[in-house]
Design a protein around this ligand. Structure first.
Ligand code: SAH
Length: 574
């Protein structure tokens, strides 16, 4: 079963790099996986069973010959990419839509390796039917996909349910084509595709498997229980969104081998869920009376219902919940720039989103994660309210929306605006909100040059576009005499110059011209530069909107190219 895995790459345990060249170490640094010599890998007959991503660092012919010996089965093969030994190109050999293309783009954004992508949908910027997040595609994918790639007509048929946004943007419902049809259906009835030529059936993945198992449960036993249980619902694995279990079992080989995203919960969280079949034995063993039933209900989140009560095999239990079609806006922080400073959660949420909305520059920070299966809407600076309102509109219609912010979404970004707009518009269109944190610019800035934020600190935005300058000034006057390090966001733009100058004048008057300052520009982006100076020496012309300025407090110390703030482990700090 070929299952779209939103959390696919780069999971270090499921990735291997194969090479004889020391340059492979560079790939290892950004992917986190180990390197096997070519010869050793050559005799590793179960390479394709063990790994989900195989990265060769060698010439393409060598890689092709190496994989030609291994069973080639589209549904089961891992993604395989080949990078040349000068790190110039990355060729996607297998599994383009199982993570191959994304890994190639990831290597481009981290190591500037040019991706060689050959899949037509990606090249044409068209959605790939097998990559539409949260949907399962069956049927004659090849011919309908060709039709989409060539921008030719396809009829959409929707049975009392919404369309995936990405298709809605391409085709209208009444478009006529007798030969090519995409049917979108709820999958409650266990619909099966009839395999007619030119017909694709798209169903929303709405099932969540709740799994409990003992430590010695075998993958075969669990897989059998899963198949049997799904067949009771006339469903199959393709309709399953994810698996859910107790945290101590999240890496259990039987669960991992199902090839699904795994959501895990602590015993205390599971204990809170009301279930039809609690068990005293389970409670005594793991501290909650239900794992399978409680986990699938939590995994499917609010409003979901149990569609299959707990069933058991000798060493496993399984229950199935169905997700309600409720939209969600996830406000996602993608960190300051580099993919290496993104959280894993932010990548999973981005990949799961049907609609991705953001300022163009922020979408560019996560292009390697996005796929043409998603509706991507980019907006200009200043269009913040439009962005949020569009996200609310899509989520109210049941879509999974990612609203992209740089850094952290709660720090001078879109999260609070979303709550504001919701309170103005009322909660009529019911949708969920999720805030996915990210590394804010200040933390990344501080880390480039030591630990200036080691003690108390405050964030101040010098932008007076939304806040009257008198309030900002007042905060500065009050904070200047404290021991807090002061972090300045939005310090200075082409049209806003006097605020920064005035802020530094206030601080100089209280903290003195020698007060240490860290200036961090374009952190973790192309052109990063950081330097340590003092308020007196600070060249304000060097400060722009891509800069964070941090002014140290009384316990901030400069030691050559390092700046840090002492916390009082010796008496001199008291
Ligand atoms: N939500 C973002 C902040 C948005 S406000 C976060 O948490 O980081 C925009 C300001 O953030 C910029 O004017 C700049 O001061 C700072 N900033 C954001 N990214 C930065 C980066 N990569 N390098 C330096 N400063 C950055």
């Amino acid at each position: 079963m070929s299952t779209y895995r939103p959390d696919f790459y780069p999971s270090a345990e499921k990735t291997v790099i194969i090479s004889n060249s020391p340059i492979a170490g560079e790939i290892s640094k950004v992917v986190g996986a180990r390197v096997l010599p070519l010869k050793e890998a050559f005799y590793h007959s179960s390479l394709f069973e063990h790994f989900e991503l195989v990265i060769y660092v060698c010439a393409v012919p060598i890689a092709v010959r190496a994989i030609a010996r291994l069973a080639l089965d589209k549904a089961k093969d891992p993604a395989v990419v080949c990078v040349d030994e000068t790190l110039a190109h990355c060729v996607v050999l297998l599994g383009a839509h199982k993570g191959g293309n994304q890994v190639a783009k990831y290597l481009e954004s981290t190591l500037k390796i040019r991706p060689v992508i050959t899949t037509a949908s990606d090249l044409n910027g068209k959605p790939a039917l097998d990559q539409i997040p949260t949907y399962f595609a069956q049927g004659d994918l090849a011919s309908v996909q060709r039709q989409i790639n060539e921008a030719k007509p396809v009829a959409l048929v929707a049975n009392s349910c919404g369309l995936p946004n990405v298709l809605e943007a391409l085709y209208t419902l009444d478009e006529r084509s007798q030969d090519y049809i995409i049917e979108i259906a709820r999958n409650d009835a266990g619909l099966r595709n009839d395999n007619n030529k030119g017909h694709v059936l798209l169903t929303k993945k709405r099932l969540v498997l709740g799994i409990g198992c003992s430590s010695d449960c075998s993958p075969d036993e669990l897989s059998k229980l899963v198949q049997e249980s799904l067949s009771v619902l006339n469903a199959d694995l393709g309709q399953v969104l994810c698996a859910a279990t107790i945290d101590i079992r999240k890496d259990h080989p039987a669960i991992v081998s199902l090839g699904l995203e795994v959501r895990a919960y602590g015993a205390d969280e599971l204990q809170e869920v009301r279930v039809p079949n609690p068990s005293k034995v389970v409670d005594d063993a793991v501290g909650t009376a239900s794992v399978a039933e409680a986990a699938c209900l939590l995994g499917a989140s609010s409003g979901s219902q149990l569609v299959l009560e707990k069933r058991r095999s000798p060493k496993a239990t399984l229950a199935i919940a169905q997700i309600q079609d409720r939209g969600v806006v996830s406000v996602v922080g993608v960190g300051p720039g580099s993919p290496l400073l993104r959280t894993r959660k932010s990548e999973i949420v981005l990949r799961m989103a049907e609609v991705v909305i953001g300022f163009e520059g922020y979408l560019n920070l996560c292009r390697d994660v996005l796929t043409p299966g998603q509706l991507q809407l980019s907006y200009k600076i200043g269009e913040e309210i439009d962005r949020v309102d569009r996200a609310i509109k899509e989520a109210s219609r049941g879509a999974t929306v990612a609203l992209v912010c740089s850094g952290d979404p709660g720090v001078y970004a879109m999260a609070s605006l979303l709550y504001e707009r919701r309170s103005i518009q009322g909660r009529a269109g019911s949708y969920d909100i999720e805030i996915v944190p990210g590394v804010t610019a200040a933390l990344a800035a501080a880390s480039t040059s030591g630990a200036i934020l080691g003690h108390d600190h405050a964030y101040i935005s010098l932008s007076d576009l939304l806040t009257p300058w008198a309030f900002i000034r007042d905060a500065l006057v009050n904070l200047a005499p404290t021991h807090l390090a002061l972090i300045f966001y939005n310090p200075r733009s082409k049209n806003r110059r006097h605020q920064f100058r005035e802020a530094m004048e206030i601080l100089k008057g209280v903290r003195g011209a020698d007060a240490p300052v860290l200036v961090a520009k374009a952190v973790s982006r192309v052109g990063q530069s950081t330097w340590i100076t003092s308020i007196g020496e600070l060249d304000e012309e060097s400060i722009d909107m891509e800069t964070v300025v941090i002014v140290g407090g009384p316990w901030t110390v400069v030691d050559e190219d390092i700046i840090y703030t002492r916390r009082g482990y010796d008496d001199s700090c008291n």
